[in-house]
Design a protein around this ligand. Structure first.
Ligand SMILES: Nc1ncnc2c1ncn2[C@@H]1O[C@H](COP(=O)(O)OP(=O)(O)OP(=O)(O)O)[C@@H](O)[C@H]1O
Ligand SMILES: [Mg+2]
Length: 474
């Protein structure tokens, strides 16, 4: 450890400033971890934040001989120059790090942790054996994690390109698995996870069995509502009858098409007489049917039930559902049927030992949900509530924290651990709410490099957020 300075006047038990010794201003940086040898007793771990450089001779905004001298090109004197950093107290050293209750004495000596001193081990104590990534700037300081809080749910926030999916893939998913959770990943775009896992661990959304309501509305939409607006009139009704009947399950695409055609045309026949529009409905139906592509039909012929999906997850402890190729409503419906199944298990008092990782979370539970999103947001809230006691971890990834770019506030409140990377400027106000109490300037979050995250909440044994990152293998 290296001595860097002394505590300034007006320190409290949670915050202080350190006056840097000469030359230390060139070495000490924001987010460096330090130990204060408190003259009032105890060793206090803290982090440097909000540095300040001042020079009496160069005070702006008024006349001063030093200012005048600088104006005519003179080299300013450094005689009255000082540097200091704010300290956010993490806690007092003991068995592990505990809350500090003593005032930090002014004049106490401050030392910085260097690469070979590992403050993370001190933070972990004997309790926390799992780790995640490393402390920023120190690859050997593996950040300890209190994995008993995994089922209190996790939120990963960063604007696009901030490294959310990488963090999930390289750090969070391995941690979940190591902590005894099987993992089900919903890959909205089919790009962030599916190509990076073993083929056997990837399921296409087209393999999942969808409920009749979803299938019917999907087909009506794909057939362009049979030329009717807003919904598909008598033709759609006939198609719904056929789908709700369930007789089509298990057919191949060719047989599905011919059976559908026969049943709907038959069903339309009495309508033809009643509506006095001979052929019109049938023609509209046939035209709509021609619009249905082979791949549209394939998408609804999946046979795997939510129970089958969970059985597969149990086999290899991970499955990715590749959701590309389908529309938003089908993706959300597939999620709903799985979520409903998990809710049934939990209501039956089963422990689930499962983590569900939802990338692009604002698609499921946005700030202002529409009809189907209302249902998905509600079920996410319910899963969070029951999950805490039945070991279901919900991990959500989102480009924004709050407001129009963020996720629903009621959902957000259920995520007790957060990783926050580079934020979008629209999230400044929310970031300020979250970070100002810890002396972290939200502007600092605007320029975090990809893969850098503040780690805060229940999983973090430190009561204040820590800046972490991780290296990408290969
Ligand atoms: N730890 C890291 N170190 C270095 N580079 C990283 C790290 N994490 C991510 N990156 C870089 O950032 C890029 C974007 O990462 P990623 O795809 O995870 O972003 P994202 O937040 O999921 O974005 P989107 O919202 O668009 O899905 C990656 O392609 C990678 O090059
Ligand atoms: Mg991503």
């Amino acid at each position: 450890m290296r001595e860097i300075g002394v505590i300034a006047s007006e320190a409290s038990e949670t915050e202080a400033r350190v006056i840097l010794s000469e030359g230390e201003e060139k070495k000490s940086k924001a987010e460096d971890l330090v130990m204060v040898e408190n003259r009032n007793g105890g060793l206090i771990m803290a982090v440097l934040r909000k540095g300040l450089g001042s020079n009496e001779n160069l005070r702006a905004g008024g006349y001063h001989p030093g200012v005048a001298y600088a104006r005519i090109g003179g080299k300013p004197s450094t005689a009255k120059e000082t540097y200091d950093f704010g300290l956010s107290v993490i806690g007092e050293e003991g068995e592990s790090i505990q809350q500090n209750k003593r005032i930090v004495a002014p004049g106490s000596i401050v030392k910085v942790f260097e690469e070979s001193d590992d403050p993370m081990r001190m933070l972990a104590g004997k309790k926390h054996t799992s780790t995640l990534g490393h402390y920023e700037g120190h690859p050997s300081w593996k950040v300890p994690v209190d994995s008993s809080f995994i089922s209190y749910h996790i939120g990963i926030f960063a604007s696009t390109g901030g490294g959310k999916s990488y963090l999930a893939r390289h750090q969070v998913i391995p941690l979940l698995q190591k902590s005894g959770y099987d993992v089900l990943v919903l890959d909205w775009k089919g790009r962030d996870y599916a190509p990076h896992f073993r083929k056997d661990d990837v399921l296409s959304i087209a393999d999942l069995s969808l409920d009749s309501k979803t299938v019917a509305s999907y087909l009506v939409k794909k057939a362009d509502r049979f030329g009717y607006s807003p919904y598909g009139g008598t033709v759609s009704q006939a198609l719904e009858e056929f789908i709700y009947d369930e007789g089509w399950r298990g057919l191949n695409a060719k047989d599905f098409r011919s059976t559908l055609e026969r049943s709907v045309v038959n069903a339309l026949n009495p309508q033809r007489i009643q509506s006095g529009r001979p052929y019109e409905d049938e023609q509209r139906f046939r035209r709509g049917l021609r619009r249905l592509k082979e791949s549209d039909i394939q998408n609804i012929l999946g046979t795997k039930t939510p129970k089958d999906v969970l059985d597969l997850v149990r086999q290899s402890h991970i499955r990715i559902i590749d959701m590309k190729k389908t529309g938003r409503d089908e993706k959300l419906s597939a999620f709903l049927s799985i979520a409903n199944y998990l809710m049934d298990l939990m209501r039956g008092d089963e422990d689930i030992d499962l983590a569900i990782v939802i990338d692009e979370a604002p698609q499921y539970c946005p700030f202002n949900p529409d009809e189907i999103q209302r249902t998905t947001a509600d079920i996410i809230i319910d899963m969070c509530a029951l999950g805490r006691t039945h070991k279901l971890c919900v991990t959500l990834l989102s480009q924004g924290m709050a407001g129009e770019i963020g996720i629903n506030a009621a959902v957000r409140r259920n995520l007790n651990t957060q990783f926050v990377g580079k934020i979008h400027p629209l999230d400044m106000a929310e970031a300020s709410n979250w970070f100002a109490p810890f002396n972290i300037d939200p502007k600092f979050l605007l320029s975090l490099p990809p893969g850098h995250f503040y780690f805060m909440g229940n999983l973090n044994p430190s009561p204040i957020p820590l800046l972490i990152t991780f290296s990408i293998p290969g």
